[in-house]
Design a protein around this ligand. Structure first.
Ligand code: FMN
Length: 396
């Protein structure tokens, strides 16, 4: 059924409608990485507000994969299962399915935060997270990461989640393995697409041994900006490999952190960056007017600002039979209807619209408004470096 507000399924999981809350880091884990009551409240609001399904903010599978953003979720030990159970139960009260997004941040973090060396497929410095040069992972470390991802999937299953989402997007560790820009390895983990995909294949195999047909979905990049980054044809190939490995659905995004506002687009939030960003702390205030155009040149959003992953989602959809979810600059009901009715994607997902209005789906469904009130100021993205997620609506 092609209607936006009819229920639909992903790997047997019943979604209330075809609008999903895409993974959004809330910065509301406790100091140890467990979900807090405040986070439970946020998810309750999303579930009450009509989201078809919720994908959590990213949770790290091990300590050296932790993000530098404040209060990230962790899913690295069995003791955490109890905390996550409470979160799942709260959301399930509203018959809303919830998927745990799991990740390893790879080179997009700092060793001063993780207390461990920063690691990546290849030893290439990140333009943004540039305090450390990441160390190239050796084979036994790669297998340890595979095992930790599989254990995280098993924990999500035990906690009652409806599924997990592997984060293969935005430049984090698995995304870095897939990307020719970040993976320059000469061994069986680099080179051809098949080799760069190997770590994901190993994770899928090991996870399936542990959890059988528990739903596993993935978020990938449909393309990257850098010359040697992932391109659409290769993303299609990766989607096909994912399906072959037993992946249940694929969410299509784009871009890596050092490319700036690629994955989430809109205004370049210079004032917010000047106030909060760790790199700007090193720049005297007097120099800000000179720094602004340089930063804008490298990091401002390219055009278009809306619907910028629909073309890659369509391309992927033509080549796989698993459900496809498209994310990125989706802001109004007319566009959502067009995407779903024309089978450009099976589902849509949004992140920023749910920050300003957790009940955006209900509002769209009840005809209270035709579109999100989000103005894409992107202050939320900078704010989460230090504080819990909130909508700033363009004001510091
Ligand atoms: C504050 C904030 C936090 C985010 N956290 C995550 C995350 O934890 N995992 C992830 O895959 N994407 C994350 N994203 C990216 C979104 O899921 C989404 O791909 C992107 O914002 C584009 O969708 P939108 O235009 O609907 O916001 C985040 C985005 C924002 C604005």
């Amino acid at each position: 059924m092609k209607d936006v507000f009819f229920e639909a399924r992903i790997a047997g999981v019943k979604l209330k409608n075809k609008i999903i809350r895409s993974a959004t880091h809330e910065g509301l884990a406790d100091a140890d990485g467990n979900p807090t009551d405040a986070l439970l409240g946020k998810y309750e609001a999303l579930a009450k507000g009509g989201a078809g399904a919720i994908i959590t903010g990213y949770a790290a599978i091990m300590q050296n994969g932790k993000s530098p953003l404040a209060n990230m979720l962790m899913i690295d030990t069995d003791e955490r299962i109890l905390y996550y159970k409470k979160l799942v139960d709260r959301v399930h009260r509203y018959n809303t399915p919830i998927f745990l997004q799991i990740t390893h941040c790879g080179r997009q973090t700092f060793s001063r935060v993780t207390g461990r060396p920063t690691v990546a497929p290849s030893s290439i410095k990140d333009r943004l997270y540039n305090e450390d040069i990441p160390r190239e992972l050796n084979e036994s470390e790669i297998y340890e990461i595979v095992e930790n991802f599989a254990s995280a999937v098993e924990r999500a299953d035990k906690a009652g989640f409806d599924g997990v989402q592997l984060q293969l997007s935005h430049g984090y560790l698995l995304s870095a393995f897939l990307s020719p820009h970040m993976n320059k390895r000469k061994d069986k983990w680099g080179g051809t697409t098949e080799n760069r995909f190997r770590i994901v294949k190993e994770i899928m195999e090991r996870a399936r041994e542990k959890v059988g047909d528990f739903p596993i979905i993935a978020k990938i990049n449909g393309y990257e900006k850098s010359k040697d980054g992932l391109k659409p044809d290769e993303a299609v190939l990766i989607a096909r490999y994912l399906e072959k490995s037993g992946c249940d659905a694929i969410e299509v995004s784009c871009g890596i952190a050092e490319e700036g506002f690629m994955a989430l687009r809109g205004d370049f939030p210079f004032d917010m960056i000047a106030k909060h960003n760790h790199l700007m702390k090193r720049v005297p205030r007097l120099l800000h007017p000179m720094v602004k155009p340089i930063l804008q040149y490298y990091f401002a959003s390219p055009e278009p600002r809306h619907l910028y992953n629909v073309a890659s989602a369509m391309k992927i959809k033509k080549n796989v039979s698993m459900p496809v979810i498209v994310v990125g600059g989706i802001r109004n009901l007319a566009d959502i209807k067009h995407i779903i009715r024309n089978e450009q994607s099976d589902f849509v997902s949004m992140a920023k619209p749910f920050i300003i209005e957790p009940d955006i789906v209900k509002r769209l469904m009840e005809g209270k408004q035709p579109e999100s009130r989000c103005i894409d100021c992107n202050y939320c993205q900078i704010g989460i470096e230090k504080s819990p997620l909130k909508c700033y609506y363009g004001k510091i």
